[in-house]
Design a protein around this ligand. Structure first.
Ligand code: ADP
Ligand code: MG
Length: 674
């Protein structure tokens, strides 16, 4: 009998060569093979007539071959095999690519089952690369993604061998199975590969989805538990009310709640590791300020790190103003300051004379030292690498850490992506915030848009025009921004003060331009997407986004967050000539929604988690069957039950949880070690 962890090369039908192929895609054991799930199923019991087959949808057709198989040699070694098949209602041309062996087995006048998409025209229907089966075939069959030349059928055969040779041990605790009315692992595995009926397939799927999300979340919780270390900066007293008296406004309920959540961590004796997520404009800075203040009052220093000089300066100004007469002191440390300025500040920090250091990357240079460092805050965390973040934390002994993010990641995804952090969400905007009116128009509106902008500039307001993204090339983006800028400056906006901002400019120059814009010296800012991050210019009320269809939804939302930050009604205009239905729908999501989380949710729905996460997917284990969007409810259920289980058995040491613990070690070893 094979075991789950039996090397795949020992499975009947595998051998060294196939084992290498399978291992190259991560299938190194028999257990792992069984977790390679079909990407689709073919029900050979249900056939349709060629005449009635809907175009472009997978269908199963029973038809007779009515011609010889013809061979065409194309360029680059490509060989096409074609033949005609008819079922009496109509005929279709079947095309095979390089499938020499399959082509050789096709007999004229024999009947086969063809599974694939009918395409082409009414005159010549076509089916390319169908699955072809003998007519005796029936029932539901799995279709697998092919692996390095191993076809779906090859894999199907191996799956059968694996199921025969392996006695599958149950992984989930019995209590979880009963509570959720799940089928056992044996039934689930058999039926996910070879479903007896559609109902049993559904039942198998439900169990495996639950299991995957449950095991994943249990591992993350275990990991988090491991991260619970004591902090040297336990605070004794909560100075929240005192701080709120310093705030120039009343905090929103969400701000207040998030401050409480953090304070609870700070007082717990354990190190805080928390992510604060809040849409653009939800007021994250005030939360950061509160915590810095509370730490200071308890005798600890804090650092507040921002990704750009302009943002750091903005935070510094906000904090200094708030803390003016409070006795809590604050300084700014950035790369562009003079050597003397920097060294003075470093001296004071080291002596503990300053409570709060606001700054850029300059804060993490080696010679920055603190006397009693207690809290490291990183703003717009996605702009920093994990290493930079941890470097800031190394300035003290297990200081509390807080990362702040406006990248609206759907709640469900955040649970997984930031599994090692606790999460607080600011899900409310300050009162009186005006809804940003958003429109989507085509390019014929340009003149009208310019007139509209000029009218507002004449009233003393400011605006942004964001240039289109060009084919993944930053250089081209810059060129297009420069050209557009020149055109506007010399033509449509002659006599106005127009500025240009793009990523290839030096940080110093960028900051200078942003400062001019902030101070109102620039009336219209033409920019690439660099303007995306956290800058607060309440006087800017218009944002035009050119070729808006080229941007992701979340990015559009981030960009739009640059306006609508003050007392003035703001307008966002998306310009797009795209006629595609899906594109129009995508842009309508932005037009209709102002809530970043809702938009992120829609974005996830439209694009799927892989694309949504893109490169940010670092360290996230691949999900094999669960879909974070479609299975959202299961994700939450499974998470709750994982927490429940760990409450009673925090390290999964009990006998009944032993298989689960093994499974976790097995599935997530790589992930957990990182
Ligand atoms: P973000 O979450 O995008 O970092 P900020 O902290 O920059 O948001 O806050 C955006 C604007 O809202 C700032 O001008 C800030 O002063 C203001 N603000 C924040 N909280 C409140 C509140 N509770 N009431 C009124 N205005 C607020
Ligand atoms: Mg901010």
């Amino acid at each position: 009998m094979a075991q789950n962890n039996t090397d795949i090369k020992f499975l009947k039908g595998v051998g060294e060569v196939r084992a290498e192929k399978l291992k190259s895609v991560g299938i190194d054991t028999v257990g792992a093979l069984l977790r390679f799930y079909p990407r689709a199923y073919i029900d050979f019991g249900k056939t349709v007539d060629i005449l009635k087959a809907p175009y472009g949808e997978n269908v199963c057709i029973r038809a007779k071959v009515i011609s010889e198989v013809k061979e065409y040699r194309k360029r680059h070694g490509l060989v096409l095999y074609t033949f005609l098949a008819s079922d009496g209602t109509a005929s279709m041309e079947v095309v095979l690519f390089n499938q020499k062996y399959l082509a050789a087995k096709i007999n004229r006048c024999s009947e086969y089952l063809f599974y694939g998409k009918v395409e082409g025209s009414m005159i010549l229907r076509k089916m390319s690369s169908p699955e072809i089966m003998e007519t005796g075939f029936s029932g539901i069959h799995p279709v697998y993604r092919s692996i390095k030349g191993l076809t779906s059928k090859n894999i199907e055969k191996l799956m059968k061998n694996a199921l025969l040779s392996l006695d599958l041990p149950e992984t989930l605790p019995q209590s979880i199975i009963e509570k959720n009315n799940l089928c056992d692992i044996k039934f689930a595995t058999e039926n996910i590969h070879f479903p007896k009926t559609e109902v049993s397939l559904e039942r198998a799927k439900r169990r495996l989805v639950f299991e995957e999300l449950f095991v994943l979340q249990t591992s993350l919780l275990l990991l988090k538990g491991k991260n619970y270390v004591l902090s040297g900066a336990k605070i004794e007293k909560d100075f929240k009310t005192e701080f709120l008296d310093l705030l120039p406004f009343k905090p929103t309920n969400a701000q207040s709640r998030v401050i409480d959540e953090c304070v609870r961590d700070l007082m717990s004796g354990r190190k805080m590791s928390r992510l604060v997520q809040g849409d653009v404009g939800s007021g994250k800075t005030a939360v950061a300020a509160a915590l810095c203040y509370i730490m200071a009052k308890n005798g600890y220093q804090s650092a507040f790190m921002a990704p750009t000089e302009i943002l750091a300066a903005q935070h510094f100004n906000t904090l200094s103003k708030m803390l003016e007469n409070s006795g809590v002191t604050c300084c700014l440390l950035t790369g562009s300051m003079t050597k003397k300025q920097k060294s003075d500040i470093k001296q004071s920090l080291k002596k503990g004379e300053i409570d709060i250091a606001v700054g850029t990357h300059a804060l993490i240079t080696d010679d920055v030292e603190f006397r009693r460092f207690g809290l490291a805050i990183t703003d717009e965390q996605h702009r920093f690498g994990v290493q930079q973040r941890s470097k800031l934390s190394e300035k003290g002994e297990n200081p509390h850490t807080l990362v702040m993010s406006a990248t609206p990641i759907p709640r469900t995804l955040a649970l997984i992506l930031y599994g090692d952090l606790d999460i607080s969400i600011i899900d409310e905007y300050p009162a009186g915030r005006q809804k940003i009116d958003t429109f989507c128009v085509d390019k014929s509106y340009h003149k009208r848009i310019y007139t509209y902008i000029k009218k507002h500039i004449d009233d003393g307001r400011q605006g942004y025009i964001v240039c289109p993204l060009v084919e993944e090339s930053e250089q081209l983006d810059v060129t297009s921004a420069e050209e557009y800028f020149e055109k506007l400056r010399q033509d449509d906006f002659k006599g106005y003060s127009v500025g240009l901002l793009h990523g290839k400019m030096s940080p110093k120059l960028k900051d200078a331009v942003m400062l001019d814009f902030k101070q109102g010296k620039i009336q219209l800012l033409v920019s690439t997407t660099v303007v995306e991050v956290g800058v607060d210019v309440p006087n800017a009320v218009i944002m035009v986004i050119e070729d808006a269809d080229r941007f992701g939804l979340s990015q559009l939302h981030q960009l739009r967050g640059r306006i609508g930050r003050g007392e003035f009604k703001s307008t966002c205009i998306l310009v797009s000539d795209s006629k595609q239905k899906e594109t129009r729908e995508r842009l309508q999501v932005i037009v209709k929604n102002n809530d970043g989380f809702k938009i992120a949710d829609e974005d996830l729905n439209l694009r799927g988690p892989g694309d949504f996460l893109g490169n940010r997917q670092h360290g996230l284990p691949e999900l094999k069957i669960a879909d974070l969007f479609a299975d959202k409810k299961t994700l939450i259920d499974a998470g709750n039950q994982a927490r429940e289980l760990l409450k009673f058995d925090p390290r999964l040491k009990s006998l009944q949880n032993e298989p689960l613990r093994k499974e976790i070690i097995n599935m997530y070893k790589k992930f957990v070690q990182n």
